[in-house]
Design a protein around this ligand. Structure first.
Ligand code: DP6
Length: 349
């Protein structure tokens, strides 16, 4: 017999960024962060996990290619989930798995991303969140999504925020064992459904500096990161929570844009410096800033993760349509810029 579970998890985009760890193994951050989870119909990972007595080892395929499960991060997630597994019974198929059997049974895992892997579009976030969620269902875990988020966190920090839709906060926590470093939902997906997210894929190439090694270098060499984590982010987190609660787009935009800019400033303050944005990214920022300044209130927020791709959040559908027009005019696809294509979240978040 084979027992299978399939799950789909959207990626999330941080509007107050996580950058820097206080514990690399447990993946514990140096500051809280806040993100918005995308619509599950757009950028997402789909994962099928299966178990069978005929499987002789744990194996995993990502986008059809076998990948190693030996990495510490996969092993942490698998270990944590197996430790919490429960009895599973499927009467129709005549399958009975005892809690303790999960230690011996092997798994096969197939995962697909419908967007560029490791191009700064948070593929690891959706990936580990989906892996943990589907395994938790397969093994009949009783933990809630917040508790599962603390397991997904050990796969990739940002993954813990993809266990919820809407607006999500990753609380950094204080405990050394990481038990209180988990995600909570601030507002569900219906709370602010005017917003529309547009992602300009400036480059679908893999990023040169991974988030993991980038943030390690930052913590070791940047003086600015200490100021950011201790002084700046705690205040911004409170302000951002209020902006989200009140659907205050002007404050939301100011906080999201300044936080993205400070994250990239911290990257520049790292030695050797890390450049995630390119000329096209900078031109997109100028274009949005100019537009926002020409209106009474801001129309579009932008944020960039560890890559050159622009994530733009328009205040409503009308603005999103205008934004697309401006982007197409200023960055015509197939010109000599490296703006290859657009990925458009045409649904509200
Ligand atoms: C810039 O979660 O990919 O996207 O925990 O080492 O796997 P690891 O890093 P990762 O870092 C994401 C960094 C970011 C900001 C964010 O998502 O908050």
């Amino acid at each position: 017999w084979v027992l299978m579970v399939t799950a789909r998890t959207p990626t999330n985009i941080a509007v107050i960024k996580y950058w820097g760890k206080r514990d690399e193994k447990l993946i514990l951050p140096i500051n809280d962060s806040i993100s918005v989870t995308l619509d599950p119909n757009h950028l997402c990972t789909t994962t099928t996990v299966s178990v069978s007595p005929s499987f002789v080892e744990d194996r995993m395929w990502l986008n059809g290619k076998e990948i190693s499960l030996q990495g510490g991060r996969f092993q942490s997630c698998l270990r944590e989930i197996r430790a919490r597994a429960n009895d599973v019974e499927d009467e129709k198929k005549g399958i009975k798995i005892k809690k303790e059997d999960w230690q011996k049974l092997h798994l096969q895992i197939a995962s697909y991303n419908n967007f560029p892997t490791a191009a700064g579009l948070a593929s690891s976030a959706a990936g580990f969140a989906c892996l943990v969620f589907s395994l938790a269902k397969l093994m009949n875990l009783k933990e809630d999504n917040s508790q599962l988020s603390a397991i997904a966190r050990q796969g990739s920090g940002s993954a813990c925020r993809s266990l919820y839709g809407g607006f999500v906060k990753w609380i950094m926590g204080k405990e050394e064992n990481g038990s209180d470093s988990l995600a909570v939902q601030l507002a569900d997906e219906k709370h602010w459904d005017d917003l529309v997210i547009i992602i300009a894929v400036v480059s679908a190439r893999q990023k040169e500096t991974s988030s993991t090694s980038g943030m390690r270098d930052t913590v070791e060499t940047s003086a600015l990161i200490k100021h950011r984590a201790k002084e700046v982010v705690p205040k911004r987190i409170i302000e951002m929570e209020t902006a989200i609660k009140n659907r205050d787009f002007a404050s939301f935009t100011r906080l999201a844009c300044t936080d993205s800019n400070q994250f990239h400033a911290v990257c520049l303050d790292t030695y050797p410096p890390i450049f995630y944005m390119n000329d096209t990214s900078h031109r997109i920022i100028s274009c949005v800033e100019k537009w926002n300044r020409s209106e009474e209130t801001p129309q579009v927020a932008y944020t960039f993760d560890a890559g050159p791709n622009a994530v733009m959040i328009a205040r409503d559908r009308k603005t999103a349509a205008l934004l697309l027009q401006r982007l197409l005019y200023n960055f015509p696809p197939k010109s000599d810029t490296d703006l290859d294509s657009y990925v458009i979240g045409d649904k509200s978040i």
